[in-house]
Design a protein around this ligand. Structure first.
Ligand SMILES: *Cc1c(COP(=O)(O)O)cnc(C)c1O
Length: 461
């Protein structure tokens, strides 16, 4: 299985190299050269299997020679062993034709754990086989960073630096990043927004001297292995609801387009998915793009769903690559235009996108109202991101069962939940002492040179 860049000018890589690299050297994102498909019978046979078994069957064709069957089985077992629910991604019914896919039973209480725990195990096996060491640098709006630190802390082949927007993550998110005591963990509070952090990360990857000098590796949702890990729960949920004998729709609270793009890959693999509904907060570049065919960035407005406060949605580039018939030059031209503020999506590409995706947005008041109405109608406390999914899904119910992805545990965003319901959701008992542990972080300016110097300095010591 080979991987190609969405901008058409980087070398083709194996799964292992695409995973260890993250962003392609031409600035593009890696995607599989061809998407493997599973037969109707293959999919039917997944019903009722343990999550880990479904994970093996879904991901095996993408991994190629990077792992033997037994190594890969082992990696998957270890990745999900620390989850707090036997089903890993349990489904709950919200209404006659509406279900909630709970993706928050991992160690940091958000869906990012599904991918990050798996990547941690895969990096460990691949790097120790090579006798190599890498520097992981990540940008986070909160949940990626905590999931990455949790997955990589204490591994000796890796230093992990996480840039987060200073003062713009929730207290639980911040504490999950700043309380691990392992020396290979570095939490960097950057003076800026998530988009700023993501831009500096891209700058570091595009500075090839720096990139090679520190052996930079990326675990942001631009890393293909992250997307792949998330494909699995679309299969587990859909087969639990009767796929492949009937089709299922999904609504996905979206920021960087990684999670919903995984659903699109599941569909390309043969899973009968009817609609994939993009749900945004008031940072609605994706909803506007779907409605107006213009992809224009604006200022990022803070919200009560901070993990979706994004105006440049990195993984959308992967969807554009397919919508433009895998024409790397066309994607390159669009991304150049994006530097000037935006671009128009061609009619043909728009048609291709609309064949798979619908969209909706949910502003701040509607988010709070959705948290309250979900509680009143179903008894469930939803985090603000999941509530955005709930709100948009309710507007898009059809004949096939709708599955809304619950992307974080309500206790990760207790202020927003309490403001909407007067109930303060408690942390699960296994993380109860989070507020008592000492914090450790470095405040840094939004300055590429300073950030690079700090990273070089820390890995040298
Ligand atoms: C990361 C995140 C999202 C957005 O996911 P994308 O893959 O970036 O679209 C939504 N909700 C929560 C809680 C998150 O952590």
């Amino acid at each position: 299985m080979d991987y190609v860049s969405t901008r058409g000018q980087a070398p083709q890589l194996t799964f292992e190299d695409a995973m260890l690299t993250g962003l392609a050297r031409d600035g593009g994102l890696y995607v599989p050269a061809t998407v493997p498909t599973l037969s109707h019978a293959d999919i039917a046979a997944m019903a009722g299997l343990q999550y880990e078994d479904i994970a093996f069957r879904v991901m095996r064709p993408f991994v190629g020679d990077t792992f033997t069957d037994s190594e890969f089985g082992d990696v998957i077992e270890k990745a999900y062993a620390g989850f707090g629910h036997a089903a890993r991604a349990p489904l709950k019914q919200l209404g006659p034709n509406h279900h909630l896919l709970e993706l928050f039973h991992g160690p940091t209480l958000a869906f990012k754990d599904f991918a990050m725990q798996l990547i941690g195990q895969m990096f460990q096996v691949a790097l120790s086989r090579r006798g190599d060491r890498v520097t992981i640098v990540g940008a986070t709006s909160g949940d990626t960073g905590s999931a990455a630190i949790e997955a990589f802390k204490g591994l000796d082949a890796v230093d992990v630096f996480i840039m987060f927007p200073n003062g713009r993550v929730s207290e639980v998110q911040r504490r999950q990043m700043t309380t691990p005591v392992d020396a290979n963990v570095h939490a960097l509070a950057v003076d800026g927004s998530f988009d700023t952090c993501q831009a500096r990360l891209k700058d570091m990857f595009n500075d090839l001297d720096f990139r090679d000098g520190v052996k930079l590796a990326g675990v942001n949702s631009i890393n293909w292995a992250r997307v792949l890990a998330q494909v699995v729960y679309y299969f587990s949920a859909a087969t639990a609801l009767g796929a492949p004998h009937r089709s299922v729709s999904f609504t996905v609270p979206t920021g960087n387009f990684g999670d919903i793009f995984a659903g699109y890959i599941a569909k390309r693999m043969g899973l009968p998915i009817d609609r994939l509904v993009i749900a945004t907060n008031h940072n609605d570049i994706l909803d506007r793009a779907m409605k107006t065919a213009r992809y224009d960035t604006g200022d990022v407005l803070p919200s009560i769903s901070p993990s979706m406060d994004i105006q440049v949605s990195s993984n959308f580039e992967r969807a554009l690559f397919d919508a433009y018939d895998r024409d790397g030059a066309a994607v390159r031209a669009l991304m150049d235009d994006l530097k000037g503020g935006g671009f128009k999506i061609s009619q043909g590409a728009m048609q291709a996108l609309r064949d798979h995706f619908d969209s909706g947005r949910c502003d701040e008041d509607a988010t709070s109202a959705a948290i309250a109405s979900a509680l009143a109608n179903t008894g469930e406390l939803l985090c603000p991101h999941s509530a955005i999914g709930y709100h948009v899904a309710e507007e898009n119910l059809g004949t096939s069962p709708m599955v809304t992805l619950a992307t974080a545990h309500p206790a990760k965003f207790p202020d927003a939940v309490e403001a909407a319901t007067k109930i303060r959701p408690p942390l699960p008992p296994r993380m109860g002492d989070l507020y008592d542990r000492p914090e450790r972080m470095t405040e840094v300016a939004d300055d590429l040179g300073q950030l690079q110097a700090l990273i070089k300095d820390r890995i040298a010591s």
